[in-house]
Ligand binder design. Structure first.
Ligand SMILES: Nc1ncnc2c1ncn2[C@@H]1O[C@H](COP(=O)(O)OP(=O)(O)O)[C@@H](O)[C@H]1O
Ligand SMILES: [Mg+2]
Length: 312
């Protein structure tokens, strides 16, 4: 995998407040790298330093092996930036906005026309191209902001919490479009505090908290690493002849509880024991109505790492 960005020892303070505590990470060509962390973790600060909107106190950023400082202009041309706060001209039409931002990257003439058309199509706003932005919903503005960021076909698209406060339909549209950008060869950096989004789109995840990277991996590897239990919920017809202690004879069972007609079992992951649990029930002639298991979530990973929930 080709490395496209390298970040070393990045630190940033606002007065005495250490917001980034010397973080290191790499971005690989073609990935959807998600920064997951609660409000105040330092996601936007990291992103803003990567886009050169903000200066770090220490550390360095390398684009394809070279420090960005020396060739800032060329580097910035390879970025598409969707900031946390929507940046659009409300009084201008959708098309005028895309045209303006894209022309800043040096596109003009027919090349500019084609790029603007393509980006508006991509954001599914082609039919609204002549409407003023001030008439748009929050979700449409977000989509238009993305169109403005990608029309010049950047290498890297950086999006900072682009789905906050928008309707579910626009949210899904944005998540789908991010996958399409990747299919078109772009590398995506995406910040969010919604773990569901990370689970839906990420190819790799960096979890941040209090200005540090506290975990890094894929959706699967993080869950594997930090979640060593699974939960079963078994609905039965009758629990009269059953005692929670019965289940402790099954290998791997750490905890068992009976609540009304539901048996809740916490078991060590990696030990296949559901067949023995079922056998135990059928030995007692207990009819099973339903079995479900809880899959590990990134929320449990975060909880394990910090003792707190992702969303306060
Ligand atoms: N311009 C600024 N001046 C002072 N403090 C700031 C500034 N920008 C961010 N911070 C502080 O830095 C911390 C991290 O903020 P931020 O990077 O925006 O986090 P996130 O994007 O993860 O919510 C917060 O405590 C925030 O209050
Ligand atoms: Mg932020």
């Amino acid at each position: 995998m080709e490395n496209i960005l390298t970040v070393r020892n990045l630190s940033k303070s606002f007065k005495e407040n250490k917001v980034l505590k010397s973080i290191d990470f790499e971005v690989n060509q073609g990935e959807i790298l998600c920064f997951l962390g609660p409000n105040g973790a330092g996601k936007s600060t990291t992103i803003n330093i990567l886009t050169a909107a903000l200066q770090s106190d220490g550390g360095e950023v390398l684009y394809k092996g070279e420090k960005i400082g020396g060739r800032l202009h060329g580097y910035k041309k390879q970025l598409g930036v969707v900031p946390q706060d929507i940046a659009l001209y409300e009084e201008l039409s959708a098309e005028r906005n895309v045209r303006f931002f894209t022309s800043l990257y040096g596109l003009h003439g027919k090349e500019l026309d084609a790029a603007v058309d393509k980006a508006l199509e991509f954001a599914e706003l082609a039919d609204k191209r002549h409407d003023k932005v001030k008439t748009f919903s929050g979700g449409m503005k977000r989509r238009l902001n993305i169109a403005c960021a990608i029309a010049h076909s950047p290498d890297i698209v950086i999006m900072d919490e682009p789905t906050v406060g928008i309707d579910p339909q626009s949210r899904n549209h944005i998540l789908d479009s991010i996958k399409r950008l990747r299919e078109n060869g772009m590398t995506i950096l995406y910040t969010t505090h919604y773990m569901e989004e990370v689970e839906a789109i990420s190819t790799r995840i960096i979890i941040m908290d209090h200005g540090s990277i506290i975990a890094e991996g894929t959706n699967e590897s993080l869950k594997e690493e930090f979640q060593n239990e699974k939960r079963y919920f078994i609905e039965v017809e009758d629990t009269m002849s059953l005692n929670a202690n019965d289940f402790y004879s099954v290998e791997g069972v750490k905890n068992a509880a009976i609540k009304d007609k539901q048996i809740q079992i916490i078991s060590l992951k990696g030990i296949e024991n559901l067949d023995r649990i079922i056998a135990l029930l059928s030995d007692k002639d207990i009819k099973i109505r339903n079995i479900s298991s809880e899959t590990a979530s990134l929320e449990t990973v975060f909880l394990k790492l910090t003792g707190r929930k992702l969303r306060d």
